[in-house]
Design a protein. Sequence first.
Lengths: 113, 356
Amino acid sequence: MKPANDKWGFRAEGSEQINLDKADSSLYRRLLNREPGFAVCLFCGSCRATCTSGNEGMNFRLAHLLLQRGETARLKSLTDPCLLCGKCTLVCPRNVNIRAVVYNLKIMLHEPF
Amino acid sequence: MYQHNQYQKGKPQQVAVVGAGVAGLSAALTLKKQGIGVVVFEKGETPGGHLQQWHALFPDREPAAGVLNQLKQEASEQKISLRTQTEVAAVTPSGNKFRIETSQGEQNEFDAVLLATGFQLFDAARKEEYGYGIYQRVITSAGLEQRLGHGGTGLTVNGRPPHRVAFVHCVGSRDEKVGNHYCSKVCCVTGVKQAITVKERYPQCEVLNFYMDLRMFGTGYEELYREAQEKWGVMFIRGRVSEASQMHDGTIQLKAEDTLMGRPVRATVDWLVLLVGMEPEKRAQQWARSLGLQTGQAGFFSSPEKFLHPSLTAVNGIFTAGACTGPASIPESVNQGRAAALSVLEFLAEKDEAGK
């Protein structure tokens, strides 16, 4: 049997909408547990601007935002390029130990859930 | 209402105002008009505080000189006793009075003391990554005011108008790396005001403002922001500049993340303007310690009754007003000065009553 939403010959391929009612922020909470300091992030983008791997897709600001919203699919590609050099930590105006946050996030992303 | 004549029955009570900036002068004028003896101590050569360095005031770009001159003229009409180039070295409680010792070693007693010691601008050289003091074309918002003011050198580069100017918001504010976690609140609108002035002066120049948040809290500020977008085409980029470097031709290249685009951004500019924040005056903090006054987390004076009596301190008879209590605009400093004067009058009236 055809799915109901196919009966007009086209289908809606998911939604762009972030549904906070269904968002799963458990990974975010687990990471906060390990490295609580990053909750104060301003999303100013200094970390990305100064990042050694910033042009290779490393983006802590966006990774943090996606984590908060429970969107985990892109996290690996946004943090894999990180070399753990720590420049981001030097420029962060809220003094977040970004290097440690990314380090812990990398471990968690590679751990079996 | 106060019957101010009561103070004139005997010798008028004497109040020392420390700082002849906007708040101090406003307080002194209010007290003097109520028949109180006032001496204003000012460490600088002339009264007016930071207002003297400013070319135009937000939000309507009124010339700062007009406001300054009016204030100075009123002070001279009221014959305010102004002691310039006189730094207050110590304030010591002495019986029911306060002894003020100046840097010249002179000592005098006062019935009350009003601290209007103001602020100091953040030293932009501390943010080494922006290159202030290293690169010639990295300047501060205060430096830009001077360049745009009468007799200022403007922003001409090798005889041509600037092609592009960038402003960096939150320099020395909201930055824990320099120990200033707080928002200086007036720099946002200053950045918008200065961006417009640059466009007015150099219509072909592109102006970029790099910000984290734009806090247009005051009356007329949001309208100014709108005008900057609509009439002047100022480009606002949501991202904090992480570093600047000087190119071989003297231009400045800056790096940021355009956080709304989600991509790193780089731009070369003729001038980089750092919107420097406000810090508590160091001397004021020393007093705070020696007198047992309270300061908030950021180091500015704070009142034990900050909602209803914001100009009080932990010491009965010592009052505060203006930017020494936290970042403040000029109208706010004027209001605080006048309000503190009223608190001083209440204190003096009680003291007068108790002395009878």
